[in-house]
Write a protein that binds this ligand. Structure first.
Ligand code: PMP
Length: 319
């Protein structure tokens, strides 16, 4: 995994202003730090060398999801998705990023006091940093079902990227790595396959693409939605959202994870069993290539997913 500790001089958005990361600190009694009452996002930007531009991927959709899901915790994020995307673009410009980047918006209950009862004090920050591959292994991942179960919607909704809920992902990732796997696979309490610790899961069986539904405690991934769209439009594949049984993982043709950070990550081994032929399958390989092309501005039909940082700034000045 790549280095993910940004330079302390990086300019970030904190308490409604641009400040160096080193000055963006919270009190140790902050409600979110003690009780996990934050909702975060993860957005990628890809630098296209030939176009000399940086493209934020589905920034509007990420900010729309962030605002809606913050509502589960009744955290207010006043700016519109367009205004939040504009702050993110401004952060890329101020830091002069000409590499792939990752943006981490975080909205949280900000009162510094004891007591779980929430109040109306909310704050949010946005950090953008250079970012490369999440998984170094390009030949395919080894995944393993972990003993921890995915958080239940009626306990802590996994639909939202709630800070406290990520203890679930931390425990699963720790177990998976200690067992020699690259990534965890969660089951739900009812025993169905849910997703990875930080990513959604797709299976190819008998020529169909299958992924668990939003009611199986998954995070409703934006990359998942992009892959469903690419599979239907560009490959004419049938896509089914249905519950997946654990042992289907052992008899399917292909498996892959999707997510903003993990992108499209083929799985070649699950619970020490080969997936299909044991090499990256053709559907996974094709979808990975399509996703890479679409998100780097090489497919005109999907330019609508992208917010250009440098071209957008130049157009803004000209107008
Ligand atoms: N599931 C979980 C638990 C995640 O943390 C993520 C990363 N946001 C995903 C799935 C993938 O979601 P997205 O494609 O929107 O990044």
């Amino acid at each position: 995994m790549m280095a993910d500790t940004p330079d302390p001089n990086t300019i970030v958005w904190f308490n409604n202003q641009f400040v160096p990361l080193a000055q963006a600190n919270v009190n140790i009694l902050t409600h979110a730090l003690n009780y996990g009452t934050g909702v975060f996002e993860g957005i990628r930007g890809y630098f296209n060398e030939s176009q000399q531009d940086l493209f934020l991927v589905r920034a509007h959709d990420h900010y729309e999801r962030w605002k809606r899901n913050a509502g589960i915790l009744r955290i207010q994020i006043p700016p519109s998705p367009e205004e939040l995307a504009a702050i993110t673009i401004e952060l890329c410009l101020r830091n002069g990023f000409r590499s792939h980047v990752y943006a981490r918006p975080l909205a949280y209950k900000s009162s510094a006091r004891i007591g779980v009862a929430p109040d109306a004090n909310d704050a949010f920050s946005i950090v953008v940093m250079p970012f490369g591959d999440y998984f170094e292994n390009k030949k395919g991942l080894r995944a393993g079902v972990v003993s921890w179960r995915r958080v239940e919607d009626n306990a802590i909704p996994g639909r939202a990227k709630i800070c406290g809920a990520y203890v679930n992902s931390v425990l699963a990732t720790d177990e998976a790595r200690r067992n020699g796997h690259d990534e965890a696979i969660f089951l739900t309490e009812s025993g169905h396959v849910a997703e990875g610790a930080t990513c959604n899961l797709f299976m190819v069986r008998a020529g169909r693409l299958i992924t668990p539904p939003g009611t199986d405690n998954i995070l409703e991934g934006i990359t998942r939605a992009s892959i469903i769209e690419l599979a239907r439009n560009e490959m004419k594949l049938e896509v089914q959202e249905r519950s997946i049984g654990r042992s289907e993982l052992y008899v399917c043709d292909e498996l892959f994870f999707t997510g903003t950070a993990v992108e499209v990550a083929p799985i070649v081994e699950v619970d020490h069993r080969s997936v299909g032929s044991g090499a990256v399958g053709p559907v996974s390989a094709r979808l990975r290539a399509l996703y890479n092309d679409a998100t780097r501005g090489r497919m005109p039909a999907y330019i609508r997913w992208l917010s250009p940082v440098y071209r957008g700034a130049a157009a803004g000045k000209a107008a």
